[in-house]
Design a protein around this ligand. Structure first.
Ligand SMILES: Nc1ncnc2c1ncn2[C@@H]1O[C@H](COP(=O)(O)OP(=O)(O)O)[C@@H](O)[C@H]1O
Ligand SMILES: [Mg+2]
Length: 285
């Protein structure tokens, strides 16, 4: 317990070292921020970290069920190629900037955030050197559980408010990807997402599971203040826009809103028919 507390305090102190510039925009992350610095320095640490991941229940699913849900990256291969390219760019950006917490946002709904988070998580999960967590913070909709065909008993609000430990709530697929899902919609989601309890819970998850990447599935920026309320807790945001649906003006506003609170990792142009496949993705910087 003392060891966990020390790890949380170390992660928090290093995270705070990043500071903010006068314009409110976050200063570049320090080389060792958050739990990225919590190097497992002994064999015992490594074993206990593995045990922490193993304590999550295994996700209950099948490849055909995931095909129906358009989770192309689940099995790999040609269908997963676009997501694998996105994954590699995300890893490169994350490593070179020392970013780990990535909010996946969009100006309006149905741009493909949940689809992208799910596919990116599985694509990252096929990289056994890394540990990835995907957390559903679109608390008003609880769609990630539906996407994964799961029926969790609790919500991430229950975890944040201490009613259930994350160890009992998280679900893992294999040893390198885990999910934090929601059983249903959550009340007062904006207040919850900006609360100190949420920040503390994320620090504790960082310290306990030491994920390399944490993806947050967020609500649309224009629909609620939930995403804006939460962005202070992440290292960067990935902006998903829908080809032929999202107007340029909305992309501009979204980029400006994100840049006031965190770093813009990039913009994913989703639903792009010109790519010649069902999953046309193009990634811009
Ligand atoms: N690249 C894509 N190609 C085809 N359909 C897509 C693609 N990305 C998302 N969709 C579909 O668009 C709808 C909205 O996607 P979703 O991921 O739920 O969006 P969001 O989470 O941004 O609201 C879903 O029906 C999903 O299957
Ligand atoms: Mg969604």
């Amino acid at each position: 317990m003392e060891r966990l507390q020390a790890a949380i305090e170390k992660a928090r102190a290093q995270r705070n070292e990043g500071g903010r510039t006068e314009g409110g925009r976050p200063a570049p992350a320090p080389r060792t921020n958050g739990a990225a610095a919590l190097v497992t320095d002994t064999y015992a640490d490594t074993v206990s970290l593995d045990a922490n991941w193993q304590s999550f229940r295994q996700i209950d699913t099948t490849v055909p069920a995931f095909r129906d849900k358009k989770i192309a990256a689940f099995a790999g291969g040609a269908e997963a190629a676009a997501f694998d390219m996105l994954r590699t760019r995300v890893i490169q950006q994350a490593r070179s900037n020392n970013w780990r917490r990535i909010a996946v946002v969009s100006p309006h709904s149905s741009c493909g955030k949940t689809t992208t988070v799910t596919n990116l998580a599985f694509s990252l999960g096929r990289n056994s050197d890394m540990r990835t967590l995907a957390i559903d913070f679109d608390l008003r909709r609880a769609t990630l559980a539906r996407m994964l065909n799961q029926k969790p008993a609790h919500t991430m609000a229950d975890v944040i408010e201490g009613r259930v430990p994350f160890a009992d709530h998280g679900l893992r697929y294999g040893n390198s990807v885990a999910f934090g899902l929601n059983a249903g919609p959550v009340q007062n989601s904006s207040e919850l997402l900006q609360s100190n309890r949420t920040a503390a819970m994320l620090d504790e998850i960082d310290a306990t599971y030491q994920p390399d990447i944490v993806l947050f599935d967020m609500p649309p920026l224009m629909a609620t203040d939930d995403s804006l309320a939460f962005l202070k807790n992440v290292d960067c945001a990935l902006l998903i826009v829908a080809a032929e649906e999202t107007p340029m003006s909305q992309i501009d506003v979204a980029e400006r809103q994100i840049a006031e609170l965190t770093q813009v990792m990039g913009v994913v142009l989703n639903k792009c028919r010109l790519m010649g496949s069902a999953y046309g993705y193009e990634y811009n910087y």
